[in-house]
Design a protein around this ligand. Structure first.
Ligand code: F6P
Length: 326
């Protein structure tokens, strides 16, 4: 196995709060071990185009509290092609990069997986996405911050919902995963969550709303995952408007504000631990694993497994919301 002297580091896919804390941790842990770190800008797109610059301990100073990613990010179509990956490998060679560390979500780690196999390239994945949808880790970098952002927003919407006796459908991110919706619904005291994993249909929704009204709740909040599998908040709002014309129904789509902002202490600590562990894993000879956290312990999960398996939503969370929304 070739000795590692230089690593390449990139962020890819949707930005997530805590990515900078992770870049800082990887950079400083590598330099601590006398390795060089080449920062690759704009994800795989920047790798293909050679947007690569060495990072120092100073380059990551004062970044732990910043949202977004100082390395920038992109969703690269070209890297999905064999020609694109060939160009990327030529840049890896040209910059003497011995191992690649990728911070990103499912699609980004899928890119690392195929690249590692095609070019026998040591790759380490770090779970960075607000969606929390990576199998093998209890939490992903950015999820906790996004969850808190949503809860803060829903608390405010609730004030208005209560004052006007309205039903609010609040759409949150998560793509095909309902972690943000389910847990923000519990934390904000919402009536229901419509998530892709649990086909809460219009009848169940009617039950929740009807139940609230019978119990003289004058307002309701329903959190909806943005997934095409749910149809989104607008879809449900229209259906309820038709069914209950007497109710005042409103929709709020939280959108990209969920991805921004200062990372929570939880995300900064998680990102720091995972970043240091990525360097440790390479030193131990680990290859093509995602570093995750399970029961507060660092774990290595083969990237192929992390991207292939679905991460299920705990049924207990669904029950808790059902019980508490009476
Ligand atoms: O994966 C993170 C995420 O924010 C998803 O929740 C959302 O569906 C998607 O990215 C939005 O992607 P884009 O930034 O390409 O619009």
């Amino acid at each position: 196995m070739k000795e590692i002297k230089t690593i390449g580091l990139l962020t890819s896919g949707g930005d997530a709060p805590g990515m900078n804390a992770c870049i800082r941790a990887v950079t400083r842990a590598a330099i601590y071990n006398k390795w060089h770190v080449m920062g690759i800008y704009r994800g795989y797109e920047g790798l293909i185009n050679g947007e690569i610059k060495e990072l120092t301990t100073e380059s990551v100073s004062n970044t732990i509290s910043r949202g977004g990613t100082i390395l920038k990010t992109a969703r690269s179509q070209e890297f999905m092609t064999p020609e694109g990956r060939k160009k990327a490998y030529e840049q890896i060679k040209a910059h003497n990069i011995d191992a690649l560390i990728v911070i990103g979500g499912n699609g980004s780690l899928a890119g690392a997986d195929i690249f590692a196999r095609e070019y026998d390239m040591p790759c380490i994945g770090l779970p960075g996405t607000i969606d929390n949808d990576l199998y093998g880790t209890d939490s992903t970098i950015g999820y906790d911050t996004a969850l808190n952002t949503i809860v803060e927003a829903v608390d405010k919407i609730k004030d208005s919902a209560t004052s006007h006796d309205r039903i609010f459908f609040v759409e949150v991110m998560g793509r095909d995963a309902g972690f943000l919706a389910q847990n923000s619904a519990i934390a904000a005291g919402a009536e229901a969550a419509i998530i892709p994993e649990d086909k809460t249909n219009i009848d169940q929704l009617k039950h929740y709303i009807g139940h609230g009204i019978r119990k003289s709740k004058n307002s309701s909040i329903v959190i909806v995952s943005e997934s095409p599998k749910t149809g989104g908040a607008m879809h449900y709002a229209e259906r309820v408007r038709k069914e209950y014309p007497q109710f005042d129904v409103r929709v709020t789509i939280l959108g990209y504000l969920q991805r921004g902002g200062t990372p929570s202490a939880f995300d900064r600590i998680l990102a720091s631990r995972l970043g240091v562990a990525a360097i440790e894993s390479l030193k131990e000879g680990q290859r093509n694993v995602m570093i995750g956290i399970k029961n507060d312990t660092i774990v290595y999960v083969p990237i192929a497994q992390a991207i292939k398996n679905d991460k299920p939503i705990d049924k207990e969370l669904i029950d808790v919301l059902g019980i508490l929304s009476i």
